[in-house]
Design a binder for this molecule. Structure first.
Ligand code: ADP
Length: 498
């Protein structure tokens, strides 16, 4: 038998992807399927867990067909997933007791407000590294236990399981034999103590979440179980698990302390590997668990920008200034600079380091000579400035300067944006040749624990840089441009402009 391939599953918010990867780290095939979002009322977002499973299984099979490989050619499976999204299911029948509550869903905001009023924010931050927010799983679990029939009683009796999407897929893949999650996913639940690296009894008590329903927490790289042979034909080890952003960090080979990646999608997610030393997060940053070179837990600092690629969608769909996202580059290139125009895309408030939910967007510095090209360029630069804000917050928190930014995600394909990013940061921006860093991270984790690759060093050599952008402006110019941005942000804070 020839076990030459790893299968990576990337179960995301809008769709499920599977990739077949060979030992050279090449993606041999790729299959993707979108699935419906469910909006039962304003601010609520759900997924049907059965549909998540069906689309995942279907892309797994499709990717094998496309690569023309059978299940006995798959050495191991790695899973990465949308984080925090919460599923509760019956342990015996594997039937979900309701739809999955998606990370974006705000239904448990009032539970969070209560906890904050009780002054519990410092306790949660100290133990979990997180802020109290409806994003994280715990208040979603509590909502289900409070609102679905006799769910809490059944959970206490050991009949109901909780899991994030990784756990749910593994339960389905193993036909209920294995109930696990990994450290990175556990660190997003608001009930996992990231220092003790175990479920926290005190926090579980606050939510009245029975410990019986929780998955066993395993390292991100390691064999967690075997797929049931009836699913794909033979039993395949499930050997890698990580939340999407941590998987992207691993896919970018950022295993060492001080290495940082930024993903430019709808929003941005930046993660900095902190190694074994935790820090106290400030400025709206989070402390979370990621993976070291062995796939074992280490600390990472995380920050996010709410609106990144989304501002380009707005130029296209809202203003009609461009026809496609890619065209933003051609139009921005028509001018040398923005002519003093800044676009602050605070469409729904500002994330780290400002944490200002009342800020609203603005375009400043417009004159009679401002053209569409200046506005488009200012929109692209606005993405880069927000990333600069995050790096400043990271540097302030750790006391260490960043030396390089590794990048991925849809908008990282924009050369003009990447060059400006390097210019404004004053450090190189290193773009991976992998478009799917997230899926590659899952593949690397699974391949590392099953002997496809022997060490982190071997994986480092597989991650190649497609292009490196070097800073090309003076420090004086950089400071001047950034001061203009900070001034523009000042004007939009707490809705000063509305
Ligand atoms: P997500 O995973 O959040 O859906 P993707 O990584 O697929 O995001 O990236 C899509 C986002 O990137 C969109 O918001 C789109 O506007 C933006 N984008 C895609 N290509 C470009 C480009 N060439 N220049 C600028 N933005 C782009």
């Amino acid at each position: 038998m020839n076990h030459e391939y790893i299968m990576a599953i990337d179960q995301g918010t809008t769709g499920s992807r599977a990739m077949v990867v060979n030992s050279k780290g090449e993606v041999v095939s790729n299959a993707y399927k979108e699935f419906p979002q469910i909006y039962p009322m304003p601010g609520w977002v759900e997924h049907d867990p059965e549909v998540i499973w069906e689309t995942t299984l279907s892309v797994m099979k499709q990717s094998m067909d496309k690569a023309d490989v059978g299940s006995d050619n798959i050495r191991a499976i790695g899973i990465t997933n949308q984080r925090e999204t919460t599923v509760l299911w019956d342990k015996n029948t594997l039937k979900p007791i309701g739809n999955a509550i998606v990370w974006q869903c705000r239904r448990s905001s009032s539970i969070c407000d209560d906890l904050k009023r009780q002054g519990l924010s410092p306790l949660f931050q100290e133990k979990t590294g997180l802020v109290i927010d409806a994003y994280f799983s715990a208040t979603k679990i509590k909502w289900m236990l409070d609102n679905i029939g006799d769910a809490r009683k059944r959970a206490r009796a050991g009949e109901i399981a909780f899991g994030t999407i990784d756990s749910w897929l593994i339960a389905k893949l193993t036909k209920g034999k294995v109930h696990v999650t990994d450290y990175t996913n556990a660190s997003r639940t608001l009930i996992f103590n990231i220092h003790e690296k175990e479920w926290d009894t005190e926090l579980l008590g606050i939510f009245d979440i029975p410990v019986e329903m929780l998955p066993r927490v395993v390292p991100s790289s390691g064999v967690a179980g075997q797929t049931d042979p009836s699913i794909l034909g033979t039993a395949i080890p499930i050997a890698g698990i990580a939340g999407d952003q941590q998987a992207a960090l691993f896919g970018q080979a950022c295993f060492d302390k001080g290495q940082v990646k930024n993903t430019y999608g709808t929003g941005c997610f930046m993660l900095l590997n902190l190694g074994d030393a935790s820090v106290k997060p400030t400025n709206g940053l989070l402390l979370t668990l990621a993976c070291n070179a062995e796939g074992k837990p280490c600390y990472a600092l995380e920050g996010s920008v709410f609106i990144a690629g989304a501002v380009i969608q707005w130029l296209r769909d809202g203003l009609g200034l461009i026809e496609s996202a890619a065209q933003s580059q051609d139009i921005a290139m028509l001018v040398e600079d923005t002519g003093g125009v800044y676009l602050v895309p605070a469409f729904a408030g500002l994330g780290a380091p400002y944490w200002d939910m009342y800020a609203r967007g603005a375009i400043t510095g417009i004159t009679r000579s401002t053209t569409k090209a200046h506005i488009v360029r200012a929109a692209l630069e606005g993405i880069a400035y927000q990333v600069k804000d995050l790096t400043q917050a990271f540097e302030e928190t750790t006391g260490e300067m960043l030396t390089e930014l590794r990048v991925d995600g849809g908008a990282s394909r924009n050369d003009l944006l990447m060059q400006f990013q390097s210019d404004i940061l004053g450090i190189p921006v290193n773009r991976s040749s992998y478009i799917e860093s997230t899926g590659m991270g899952a593949a690397f984790l699974a391949g590392l624990s099953t002997g496809m690759w022997e060490s982190g060093n071997e994986i480092k050599a597989l991650r190649t840089s497609e292009r490196r952008f070097e800073p090309s402006i003076t420090q004086g110019k950089r400071d001047g441009l950034y001061a203009g941005w900070l001034d523009a942000v000042e004007r939009v804070k707490s809705g000063r402009n509305i």
